[in-house]
Write a protein that binds this ligand. Structure first.
Ligand code: SAM
Length: 283
């Protein structure tokens, strides 16, 4: 566990520094390919130049941290995350790639005291889980230089991403779709751009922009391969948990059929919709 953890993030830390983090670290390569097209948009918008110091919030297994570090050979990148397993994976992979200016630390970004200042803070789907988002972004802002940049990727509402809607529809097995309207921390906490603007403004950021980015997400070489990955995702596990055996089998058959329907020559592909959010620390 991170040594200094906000009370409002205890449940989240238990999940990410437990089962959830273990699953994502085991599937890091796959997950990074799923969001690869969106990641390219994030890094392009971050416009990192050599000499800059980058903070990667909720860096997971560290792909964005490594790519950011490579863009600033005489600067560096620090990835922070709650999950020890993902951070170990991140450090191993950076060492294997010969990237020596990427560092990783287990920390709750909401309350961690950063010892250095950063020119830019980025996050690929890692900044929607704060128990107190205004406190978290205030803390992150305090770690930025005046006019420092914040560039985030967060999910648009669930129904705007083809993959997310299709998986839930398959697994619903006749039940209404689970409510993913944002009401607290979670993958859809930034789904409403007005909420994001309010959080960042209250946290002292200025010039907040929220732009929609749509792209494709690759889930596997074929339906069987994609099924093995999707079967372990938390959305799948949570939607199967209350089902009796027969209904569970029906839901999984429907999931498999959906993956088959999205199989193309280059793999199983769905549409994805994210927000690319930018802001500047006020002076
Ligand atoms: C969906 S994963 C994204 C991981 C990574 N950015 C990627 O795209 O591969 C969300 C990450 O945010 C991290 N996270 C959640 N709350 C956090 C917090 N308060 N401080 C630091 N990291 C946090 C989780 O541990 C998890 O690794």
């Amino acid at each position: 566990m991170a040594t200094h953890l906000a009370d409002s993030n205890r449940d989240s830390a238990q999940a990410w520094d437990g089962e959830e983090g273990d699953y994502w670290s085991q599937n890091a390569d796959r997950y990074e390919r799923v969001v690869g097209n969106l990641r390219a948009r994030l890094l392009h918008r971050a416009a990192i130049t050599d000499g800059e110091q980058v903070l990667d919030i909720g860096c997971g297994a560290g792909r964005t941290t490594r790519e950011a570090a490579a863009l600033t050979p005489t600067g560096g990148a620090l990835g922070v995350d709650l999950s020890r397993r993902m951070l170990e994976r991140a450090a191993e992979r950076a060492a294997a790639a010969g990237i020596s200016n990427a560092r990783f630390e287990q920390a709750d970004a909401q309350v961690h005291h950063f010892d250095e200042v950063f020119d830019v803070a980025i996050s690929q789907f890692g900044s929607m889980f704060f128990g107190d988002p205004v406190a978290a972004f205030t803390n992150i802002g305090n770690a930025l230089t005046p006019n420092g940049r914040l560039v985030l990727l967060s999910w648009q509402p669930m129904e705007r991403s083809e993959w997310s809607l299709a998986l839930r529809q398959s697994l619903a097995a006749g039940r209404p779709l689970p409510d993913t309207a944002p009401s607290g921390p979670g993958p859809y906490a930034h789904a409403d751009p007005d909420v994001v603007r309010r959080i960042l403004t209250d946290a002292g950021f200025v010039d907040v922009t929220v732009d929609g980015v749509e792209d494709t997400s690759w889930f596997g070489v074929d339906a069987d391969d994609a099924f093995g990955f999707v079967r372990g995702m938390s959305v799948t596990r949570s939607m199967l948990v209350d089902l009796d055996d027969a209904t569970r089998t029906r839901a999984l058959d429907a999931l498999r059929a959906t993956l088959v329907a999205h199989q193309r020559d280059d793999g199983v592909v769905f549409g994805s919709a994210a927000w690319l959010i930018t802001a500047q620390r006020g002076v």
